[in-house]
Design a protein around this ligand. Sequence first.
Ligand code: AMP
Length: 603
Amino acid sequence: MQDEIAADAAGWMNAATDIAWDRAPTQALRLRPDGLADWFPDGRLNVCANALDRHVDAGRGDEVALIWDSPVTGTVARISFATLRDRVARFAGGLRALGLCSGDRVLISMPPVPEAVIAMLAAARLGAVHVVVFTGHGPGELAARIDDTTPTLVVSASCGYSGARPVSCLPAMHEALATATHRPAAWVLLDRTAGGQRPAPRLPGVTVTDFRDAEAAAPADPVMMPATAPLYVLHSSGTTGHPKGVVRDCGGYAVAMQRSMRLVYGMSPGDVFCTTADLGWVVGHSYAVYGPLIAGCATVLYEGGMTGTPDAGALWRLCADHAVDVLFTSPSALRAIRAVDPAATLASSHDLARLRAVFVAGERADRSIVDWAERAARVPVHDHWWQTETGWCIAGPRDVAEPSRRRIFAMPGFGLRCMDENGREQQAGEPGELVLRLPLPPGCLIGLWRDRTRMEALYLEKYPGCFRTFDYGGVGVAGDVTLLSRVDDVIKVAGRLVATGTIEDVLAAHPDVAECAVFAVDDALRGQRPIAHVVPNEGLDPLRLETLRVDLIESVRVSMGAFCGLRQIVFRAALPRTRSGKVLRRRATPDMTRLHDDVISQQ
Ligand code: AMP
């Protein structure tokens, strides 16, 4: 294992030479007592300077850095590296004038607009720590994040859009600021209302400053930070209890972002990368902002929906209009498009000649959706696996240029192991919990915000020397990784463990199924049994539902065996989802077969 770590260290030291350092590191890593690593411990750099200034200094200032495509406001903007650097430097000057210093936190809750990226990079420029919060969060969740990270400033916008409908963001932030125990000194507000009339949300002790006034300040130079200093805190998507703030460092993250753009996505400077993820989630941080910009690529920021702005061809139009090289989206986004446009006719009306590959992550991508997306996009569609905690991909395809082989492998630096319930390593191909041997590679979390005890108890204690992913799956003889479900979603039917994802795969293969989720219900005889929630394709004749039910139950019986005991299928118009768009998985009880109002029919 020591050899494995030493080989990784040499590789990462080599990768670090692609980053602009104020003081180059002489050491790849220093092991910490908890088993994690401080990466590049004696290096100093500024992450914003790596994302912007160095490209301008290299003569690439006129090249496009950020493409903002907002069908909901009817706007397309192309911002060059030089313009973005200047706007970020001025906004950083404005934040400094409002009292923001290196090490302070700034909480940002904004829709996908260029100003959100500017605010993130301006914080990084000053060596401050940004805490980006998804705009869909309510006042309680916002207040919890304000109290957790005690920001000096908050930055928000007057409104965002849900589909094509404007939604005011003011009440949630106002209530959060009024109810949080901690009170930031200033609220920087981007006013998006036509005519520029600024609403005046008064709060004692909080100065309200217009975003554009803050941006009129004198530019601030990048503040050089230790590589191990925190760059941002990103809270997990959980909606209850004390939020879990994943902390990312400056040096390790910058190196991981730069390297992963080439290694995972095959991107070169000047290429165009597009992700549909919100800035409030990990993919938004890593691959709408830092990854592409650090690697000198252009990034597409999309403010629109998948099917209603104006139709289910929006994603393909986005790729065609901006000559996107690689698209990163979620299986759910593709399923939403397929449900409306199963024959992918809208995709065929766009010129996708530049598109090289599509990547999906965030949840299980069943074979049928990957096949459909490959037919629609006419390029390989690669699944890859990662988490907020890891910041980048744990396992993905070996060669992005190759046709998708539906197999993923651990990325360099991720020592993947599969454990049984008692902490023994599983044989190749046997299912168990997937864990990562310590230390984690650069780019992963360096801790939970001000909560070392929770970090150790949650991730490090159960399997000594390893980091828990809480994902259940297997590693094959060839090192290929299979993901079956979250460990909490493994059910025990008549003494046998069944990953709900395996049943979902069988159901999803049916051509009339748009999406599905399988839950466990308690069963007096068998301990637990599965129940499936199925969303049929749009327009399916309701008279076909009965036949579909029989077909689905039979196909699970044939493919998995009778022991699996799937007898109950609930047809629904939509699946319950978390704020981040993942299927909400909670244990169902026998009387919970009607979880929501949109049940189409049930047995
Ligand atoms: P989050 O941290 O909210 O981005 O969620 C991370 C979780 O999403 C992982 O731990 C997995 O359970 C799931 N996930 C991410 N990518 C994949 C994938 N390619 N296949 C299956 N599940 C995935």
